[in-house]
Design a protein around this ligand. Structure first.
Ligand SMILES: Nc1nc2c(c(=O)[nH]1)N[C@H]1C(S)=C(S)[C@@H](COP(=O)(O)O)O[C@H]1N2
Ligand SMILES: [Mo]
Length: 512
């Protein structure tokens, strides 16, 4: 029977899919990060030029990761289809191409910062399973080069249409099963296994916010499920609390190591802090406010006895399990702002996506310079001696959060009935506090909004203004914040690169 090109194509694609699924399962059992598709995806992320990355984050938002994984899979499957076509005439060439693809995944995995010998395992499994499936789906005469005439001596179920359908169906089902099981293994949240200890010093209960009255204004506290997530990790690190350690070293007299239980046994404090991402556009969603539970980084560093703390150019280089690094000015971690090594978020252990078992939270600095998730090491050093992940890619070294007001309601291009409308949102000016939010309609005078409760200088404030926008037609609404220093929000537009966006949000609505 004729082994048609479409069949060859299907065989190639299925071989690769089965290989990737088996590799994913092997990764789930050993090193989730080393799964072939995410490993290649991570390598792509690390090598993508900053402007392209920025473009991806801007246009795709939180879809950037699924799109990247999808693209890697798609390119792989296209190449695998080619392998199938090659295998029609030269089985070994098809096999060689599949081995090459697996080798790329293996190299990418071994290049991960936390890689050990086991990182190569998933890609070896991928190669073996992929090649076996490809050869198995070929009809006998294709599998036995030069023996085409002796077909009957090498019977294969693949020689009939029914056999091929049965074979491909079986492989497809097994692949889906393996991939799903692998996903299940990598998907659990280790934070569900621990209970948080009580804080030694609790903060008073959060005041009632504006959101019960104005449903469209962001809640005073961002729930963990709704908290933005930004990181370079394609596979969320699933770190076990009982094997995790934090090393504190570098220019210190007494380097030491802490376990999760050590931290739980320390007097924990609560802090209400609004965290912002440098990639947040004016009016954007990469900002959230939570109650964090943890210990002061200043106390941890004091215990280590930093050598010559006043020396200029000092930083703390923090490292994450996934190899990601952050440079934080030593001063920001030792002054009175209470930068935290946090283990709790809004009354729950840190979720895996937000850094379980422990992360840094540094008030007043964008996340990429102060909020390392899955942190494993704090090294006191200098900016000359070491550069962090994003600094190497051109982002700012010192990145205080720029004060900003966000309009949550009305939505952009909303159609509103004539009459009074509720305008509202949140504003933040970490380290200085929000003292005023003003609204301008159609470029008119700035009118003060009513502010929500004050939870401290490092926490955002809700704001609301009821106003009549004027007659039917198009109207614009702008909002700006003034911080505790009396500084009015910068109206000069700046892109997020390299030190955060500035400018004033404008929402256009239609009354009629
Ligand atoms: N390990 C690790 N920590 C990280 C990052 C990362 O990519 N890897 N991203 C940082 C950035 S850019 C931000 S804005 C915050 C976001 O924290 P969240 O995802 O909990 O909101 O985490 C920071 N910590
Ligand atoms: Mo960020």
């Amino acid at each position: 029977m004729n082994f048609s090109a479409p069949r060859a194509l299907v065989a190639g694609v299925l071989a690769a899919a089965a290989g990737m699924a088996a590799g994913h399962l092997a990764a789930g059992l050993t090193r989730p990060e080393a799964s072939p598709v995410p490993a290649v995806g991570s390598a792509v992320i690390d090598r993508t030029p900053t402007p392209v990355k920025e473009w991806a984050v801007r246009t795709l938002g939180t879809w950037d990761k699924p799109v990247l994984l999808g693209s890697v899979s798609l390119v792989t499957l296209l190449l695998a289809a080619t392998a199938g076509l090659l295998a029609r005439r030269r089985p070994l060439a098809g096999v060689a191409l599949l081995v090459l693809l697996s080798a790329v995944a293996g190299a990418a995995a071994l290049n991960r910062p936390a890689a050990d010998g086991q990182y190569v395992l998933p890609s070896v499994v991928t190669a073996v399973v992929g090649c076996a499936v490809l050869l198995a789906l070929l009809p006998a005469r294709f599998r036995v080069p030069g023996r085409a005439t002796e077909l009957s001596a090498y019977p294969s179920g693949m020689d009939t249409r029914r056999g091929f359908l049965l074979g491909t169906g079986t492989v497809a089902a097994a692949s889906v099963g393996a991939a799903a099981f692998g996903q299940h293994l990598t998907g659990g949240d280790p934070s569900s296994d621990v209970r948080l200890p009580q804080a030694a010093r609790t903060e008073p209960a959060l005041p009632r916010g504006l959101e019960p009255t104005y449903r469209d204004i962001s809640s005073l506290r961002t729930p963990n499920q709704g908290f933005y997530r930004v990181d370079t990790a394609l596979v969320v690190p699933r770190v076990k609390a009982d094997t995790w350690e934090l090393r504190i070293d570098g220019d210190v007299r007494r380097p030491y190591t802490l376990t999760y239980d050590d931290i739980r046994a320390m007097p924990l404090i609560e802090r209400d802090i609004t965290m912002t991402c440098v990639s947040n556009e004016v009016g954007g969603q990469y900002v959230g406010a939570a109650r964090w539970l943890g210990v002061r980084v200043a106390d941890l560093l004091r215990h280590a006895e930093v050598v010559d703390p006043g020396r200029p150019g000092r930083q703390v280089l923090s490292r994450s399990v996934d190899g990601f690094t952050v440079s934080t000015p030593l001063g920001a971690l030792t002054d009175d702002r209470d930068a935290l090594l946090a283990i709790g978020m809004n009354g729950a252990p840190l979720p895996a996506t937000h850094g379980f078992p422990a992360r840094l939270v540094t008030p007043g600095l964008y996340g990429f310079v102060g909020s390392t998730k899955w942190v494993t090491r704090l090294t006191v050093t200098t900016y000359d001696a070491a550069r962090a992940y994003w600094t190497r890619r051109g982002w700012a070294t010192d990145a205080p959060v720029k004060p900003s007001a966000r309009i949550d309601t009305p939505a952009s291009l909303a159609s509103l009935p004539p009459g009074t409308v509720t305008i509202g949102g949140v504003a933040w000016a970490q380290r200085h506090g929000v003292v005023r939010v003003e609204v301008s309609i159609d470029d008119g005078p700035w009118r003060p909004a009513t502010l929500g409760p004050d939870v401290g200088v490092d926490y955002w404030r809700q704001w609301v203004l009821k106003a009549d926008l004027g007659g039917t037609g198009r109207h614009s609404i702008r909002a700006r914040v003034t911080d505790g220093r009396g500084q009015v929000q910068n109206d000069e537009r700046a892109p997020v690169f390299p030190s955060g966006s500035s400018g004033i949000q404008e929402v256009v609505v239609l009354v009629g």
